[in-house]
Design a protein around this ligand. Structure first.
Ligand SMILES: Cc1cc2nc3c(=O)[nH]c(=O)nc-3n(C[C@H](O)[C@H](O)[C@H](O)COP(=O)(O)O)c2cc1C
Length: 323
């Protein structure tokens, strides 16, 4: 299937694995790229330029296909060495950068002068238009159902994607709630050029996370996520667990006065404990409503092949029969 995204990124299938903290390591990124999609290493999980470089080099030993790096720009008192991370991405000839969080404008000229395509992840049409205006090559439009940070507008993809299609001239991929061939065909129908998946890729054989995390996703339904940190205007969709309940109780009790310090036990340093040690109740961790559509643990290639086969079947049979 050829779309503007497969052409832009030089990939076979219009399927991207979004950056995921403590999930987006070389093993997963390479598996996705080897299967014809675009795998993405998450830079902030590595933390330092030297560690990111090691992970990129490792990924290159596992695949000779294009892969990307996610750079998430967060407000921080002690920000990571973004300039150093960008230098390593350029030095290692990475082809694609997925940016997220704050405006990536500062880094665009340097990345693009070095032939790196930049996809910015946005949760609203106005941010997508801003990304287009500053010169991003594409955007990833993340609906309210997504795992991670859906923003504060709460617009689900049935509205957000056609709104994006009406406004944007650069290509975009649909993100949030994407699970299978039905998701891909629907995304194409809405005007997207492909799909970006997060949570679905965690429940795969190659995802380098503890089996407890995969089991938790298999057990979860679409009812099993919670929105936390809304009073801090840093809303995150996470899997329902004891830590999420505790955090929500604190939010209810403290109201507008809540501070980051109040929720440190639920949010700080959680990801290695959850993803690597399998302590799924150690704190809150991102998970999309798409968990309700996850019932198996395929290989990455099995998942991507099935998405493509199902999409092609829907287009050839169901849609052509309706026309
Ligand atoms: C466990 C987890 C960690 C994530 N970490 C990041 C991250 O560090 N940076 C980022 O830009 N997006 C992150 N995301 C968001 C994903 O890249 C993607 O946009 C989102 O998962 C799409 O929604 P879906 O889970 O419904 O597929 C994360 C998502 C999950 C589930």
């Amino acid at each position: 299937m050829e779309t503007k995204i497969t052409q832009l990124l030089d990939i076979e299938h219009p399927i991207i694995q979004g950056g995921m903290h403590y999930v987006g390591f070389a093993e997963l990124a390479a598996a996705v790229s080897n299967a014809g999609g675009l795998g993405i290493i998450t830079a902030l999980t590595q933390g330092t330029p030297a560690k990111l470089e090691r992970e990129i080099v490792k990924c290159k030993t596992l695949t000779n296909k294009p892969f990307g790096v996610n750079l998430t720009f967060l407000p921080s008192l002690d920000p990571p060495d973004y300039a150093g991370l960008v230098d390593v991405i350029i030095k290692q000839d990475v082809k694609v950068v997925e940016t997220a969080g704050n405006n990536p404008q500062k880094w665009l000229p340097k990345l693009q002068e070095n032939n790196i395509k930049v996809i910015h992840k946005c949760t609203s049409v106005r941010h997508a238009l801003k990304a287009q205006e500053i010169g991003c090559d594409a955007v990833s439009v993340d609906g309210f159902e997504c795992g991670g940070h859906p923003g504060e507008d709460d617009i689900p993809n049935f509205i957000l994607l056609p709104r994006a299609a009406d406004e944007l001239t650069i290509p975009f991929v649909a993100s949030g709630g994407m699970a299978d061939g039905r998701s891909l065909v629907a995304a194409l129908a809405f005007g997207a050029e492909g799909i970006n998946l997060g949570t679905r890729f965690i429940a795969t054989q190659e995802a380098p996370v503890h089996d407890n995390v995969k089991e938790a996703l298999l057990a979860a339904t679409e009812l099993d996520t919670k929105l936390v940190m809304r009073p801090l205007r840093n809303t995150e969709r996470v899997l329902s667990n004891a830590a999420a309940e505790r955090l929500l109780e604190k939010e209810a009790a403290l109201g507008e006065n809540i501070k980051f310090q109040d929720i440190v036990p639920e949010v700080a340093g959680v990801y290695p404990k959850v993803m690597q040690e399998g302590q799924v109740d150690a704190g809150v961790w991102s998970c999309g409503m798409v968990a309700g559509l996850i019932n198996d643990l395929p290989t990455v290639k099995g998942l991507i092949d099935k998405i493509m086969q199902q999409a092609e079947l829907i287009i050839a049979d169901r849609l052509s029969a309706a026309s």
